[in-house]
Ligand binder design. Sequence first.
Ligand code: FES
Length: 174
Amino acid sequence: MTTTQQQSRPKLRDCIRRALESQRADKDRAPSVTVLSSLLAVQDELHYVPNEAIEEVAIYCDSTINDVWSVASFYTNFRFTPPGQATVDVCWGPTCHLMGAQNVLAAVQDELGVDAEETSEDGKITLRYSTCLGACAQAPVIARDHILTGRTDPKAARSFVSNLKQELENGIAH
Ligand code: FES
């Protein structure tokens, strides 16, 4: 799918409705359809939950916008703005923290020019914090679009981000 940022509003709503309907087709993954499962289906599809999805989920689940919003805002994993072309996760869970994640995070933020969990000014790379990327034995760990790199350090993390920026600049990122 092309970036959701470029989607027209009707096309975005079609996408949301398809994601909601897909839950019924995949009963193993979502045996019962709930507001939470519907929000997850949308985020899986679009990588964020736009305002339109809050409305569509309310209709789909026969709920209210307030109820859907209260579920969406309760879970920190939901994001409400479109991500950049690539996402960099930095783990700051206990093991990674002990192994120097704070300095890795500072290097990544500096290289991206951001101060927090946000998207670089050019809209290309989104930084996210993770409480555990599931590879503690490789701590400290960072990831690019869920592909993990372990035993990193500030210098390696900086070149990781710099290489990614270059790839995106050259249009060769996958
Ligand atoms: S704490 Fe970082 S991968 Fe588990």
